[in-house]
Design a binder for this molecule. Structure first.
Ligand code: SPV
Ligand code: MG
Length: 435
């Protein structure tokens, strides 16, 4: 009887290194490919270029492959326990580095039925990092970028977003990643948020819709030019409906994925003032008209208009918030953002719980600035789909800059402030020249 051989792969970019692995596997027996699902690829790498079905077609037709099955976790063990293969074949590039733990789990599992791990020398010139570098250089087209938020919501369902307010902070959101030993996944931000608070503050202006659309577009262009992740724009009140429809078209034309508009009217002030600032909530009917007009104006199917509810901020109560959510969804909102300044997060948990029962539920978005002690895992578990860290990069940068300015004044030289700063060597090498 021929031996069973298991090989796990993404199949999103097929390179000769993987072909070498499959060739080796085929010499050993009948090859089953564990093909990473879209969600798995999105978790450790990026949104796959090809869908699972497309990758399935390609990989099924590689010489030597007998069958292709989905691998729904990065960890191969659940599939291995089902198949109990005689061999697992992999390149030896996981002996050390981020996938070391995954390798150890495979070795342990194979012992259960006397299977064997066969490793072949890594093919020179190809690796995940190298492929990432190459695909990063390809950048993204406007259409692909605009659509990528909806795609991420579909395949991951839980999205982590960080504020950016210029090219440099955009690059930080794009590139910062943290390896999670336990899961073997990289934690990273899925998208960026152009906050009005941060965009206005960066320009030395208050957060009252005084920074005009042209200026907001310039900030967006800076970010779009040097990054590839989806962008969600803070649209404040959306302005008057007649203006809002133009904003929608402008944003989708440049590749923004979503706008969030809040149900306030008149002079908008930042929500974190709570009831301290005089602010007026819009009438449900009027705000619904604005949402519907925006949906009608948009040209692509991918762009999202997310309705933000200020009832909890303005002490109008939970029932009002839920009622508004119902109406805004009926008017065509592609997502609901519920905002709160309750430090415990309880208001958000209650809203999320009751929102779960909505029959026509759309993604739920939150901004946990006031309740920042609550872990994102608890919020995701409660049914939240998008968590936006709305202002941390600006606040961190401002603090470091102000301390530095003060230190230089105090000491009469720059030396003492150096601990706040990256080195000159780092700064001149920070942005690489592309060629
Ligand atoms: C922003 O970042 O501008 C927001 C979120 O709208 S908040 O500041 O909490 O209102
Ligand atoms: Mg705002």
């Amino acid at each position: 009887m021929s031996k069973r051989v298991y090989v796990a792969m993404s199949g999103d970019v097929i390179h000769h290194g993987q072909i070498n692995v499959i060739k080796k596997a085929a010499q050993l027996g009948e090859v089953t490919i564990g093909l990473h699902t879209d969600a798995v690829i999105a978790s450790y790498w990026r949104v796959p270029i090809l869908s699972y079905q497309e990758r399935f077609e390609i990989v099924s037709n590689i010489k030597g492959v007998l069958e292709v099955i989905p691998q729904e976790e990065l960890d191969q063990v659940p599939n291995l326990r089902k198949l109990r293969p005689d061999y697992v074949v992999h390149s030896n590039d996981w002996v050390s580095g981020p996938f070391k733990n995954l390798r150890e789990k495979v070795v342990e599992a194979l012992k259960e039925w006397g299977g064997q791990l066969v490793e072949i020398d890594r093919t020179k010139g190809v690796s995940l990092d190298r492929l990432t570098e190459l695909s990063d250089n390809l950048k993204v087209t406007t259409d692909v970028r605009r659509a990528s938020l909806r795609k991420l919501l579909q395949i991951k369902g839980k999205i982590r977003v960080m504020e950016a307010h210029n090219g440099l902070t955009g690059i930080i959101v794009e590139k910062t990643k943290q390896f999670d030993e336990e899961t073997g996944y990289y934690r990273q931000f899925d998208a960026m948020w152009l906050s009005s608070l941060c965009d206005s503050t960066t320009k030395g202006k208050p957060d009252i819709e005084v920074v005009d659309n042209t200026s907001r577009m310039n900030t967006l262009n800076e970010m779009l030019e040097v990054t590839t992740k989806p962008i969600i724009v803070d649209g404040d009140t959306g302005g008057i409906t007649e203006h809002f429809v133009y904003t929608v078209r402008s944003l989708e034309r440049i590749g923004v994925s979503a706008i969030i508009i809040e149900d306030k009217i008149g002079l908008k002030k930042n929500s974190l003032f709570g009831t301290e600032a005089m602010q007026q909530q819009d009438e449900i009917e009027h705000f619904c008209e604005k949402i519907a007009a925006g949906k009608k104006a948009q040209v692509s199917n991918d762009f999202m208009i997310i309705a933000r509810i200020e009832s909890l901020i303005l002490s109008q109560g939970m029932e009002d918030a839920l009622n508004r959510a119902r109406h805004y969804i009926e008017a065509g909102a592609d997502g609901i953002m519920i905002h709160s300044i309750d430090k415990t997060g309880q208001e958000i948990f209650e809203f999320a719980k009751r929102y779960q029962d909505f029959p026509n539920r759309v993604p739920l978005v939150i901004v946990p600035t006031a309740y920042d002690a609550v872990y994102e895992t608890a919020l995701f578990d409660a049914g939240v789909n998008v968590i936006i860290y709305a202002n941390q990069l600006l606040r961190a940068g401002y603090k470091a800059m102000q301390d530095t300015a003060m230190e230089i004044l105090k000491c009469g030289r720059g030396y003492e402030a150096d601990h706040n700063c990256i080195s000159i060597k780092e700064v001149i090498n920070l942005i690489e020249v592309e060629n």
